[in-house]
Design a protein around this ligand. Structure first.
Ligand SMILES: [Zn+2]
Length: 266
């Protein structure tokens, strides 16, 4: 019949496994959600770039139309000038041609600028589209990995939850709550082995007067440094008892308190 501390140690193994598995699932879900978000942001950016490019294209066509019209008009005025005999009319026609030349120059400059913008916007759009394709592929890969993880782990998670609830039924409610609180506050490590007189949770030396109590695994003994539940492995091969007796025999020599080190926070 295992003692309550031994049952807790077994429960902890189940809980650590459950925690790792549910974390793996949650991390997979997190990655898929983040990629999903990136894909939709990239989709929005690509469609904004497409709108921008369409507007620039329309502007380019408008300028090209106006330029062609101005050029045709100038050609027409020059033809007319050859037929003008009157000096005053000739002067007016020349003035009109000069204005058209100026207009054409302005339109050409503007058109060049717009064409440059179209080029930039096209490059930007193709960059966004390539990144979108990459993100989409990554999202699909992560999603299928998540489906695999779920297929692999959900059965195990279910079985471990069943094992857990069986174990929990044999543990007193207060003790279970205490264990669960330490487990969640102390990085998934609530029951720790004492090996060679050292708490394996925080690496601090456990006071020798606690050893006998710890060996029985019968009561809840908390590590004075990290407040985890201390546990002794019964298997003599693991050396816990032997180490502990060595610890006791040299206890007087080691009785000088070691300088306090901050407990390792897991
Ligand atoms: Zn400790």
């Amino acid at each position: 019949m295992p003692t309550k501390i031994e049952v807790l140690a077994t429960l902890q193994l189940v809980d650590q496994s459950l925690r790792a598995k549910t974390r793996a699932v949650a991390e997979g879900e997190g990655r898929v959600a983040a990629l999903e978000e990136a894909v939709s942001a990239q989709t929005a950016a690509a469609s904004a770039a497409r709108v921008e490019l369409a507007a620039l294209g329309a502007r380019q066509r408008d300028l090209e139309g106006r330029l062609a019209a101005a050029e045709a008009k100038m050609k027409d005025r020059r033809m007319r000038m050859t037929r003008i005999r009157n000096d005053k009319e000739l002067g007016l026609a020349r003035r009109e041609v000069d204005l058209l030349k100026e207009e054409i120059g302005t339109l050409e400059t503007e058109l060049m600028a717009v064409m440059e913008q179209v080029e930039g916007a096209t490059a930007k759009l193709s960059g966004l589209a390539a990144e979108l394709a990459r993100l989409g592929a990554e999202r699909d890969r992560e999603a299928s990995e998540l489906r695999e993880t779920l297929a692999r782990l959900s059965g195990e998670i279910e079985r471990e939850r069943a094992t857990r609830s069986e174990l929990v039924q044999t543990i007193d409610g207060d003790l279970r709550r205490k264990y669960e609180m330490i487990f969640s506050r102390r990085g998934g490590l609530a029951v720790v082995e004492v090996r060679g007189g050292i708490c394996q949770g925080c690496r601090m030396r456990v006071p020798p007067q606690l050893f006998n109590q710890i060996q029985r695994n019968a009561e809840v003994i908390l590590c004075p440094s990290c407040q985890r539940i201390l546990y002794a492995t019964r298997d003599p091969c693991l050396g816990s008892e032997a180490d502990a007796s060595v610890e006791r025999s040299v206890g007087s020599a080691e009785a000088v308190p070691r300088p306090a080190k901050p407990a390792r926070q897991n």
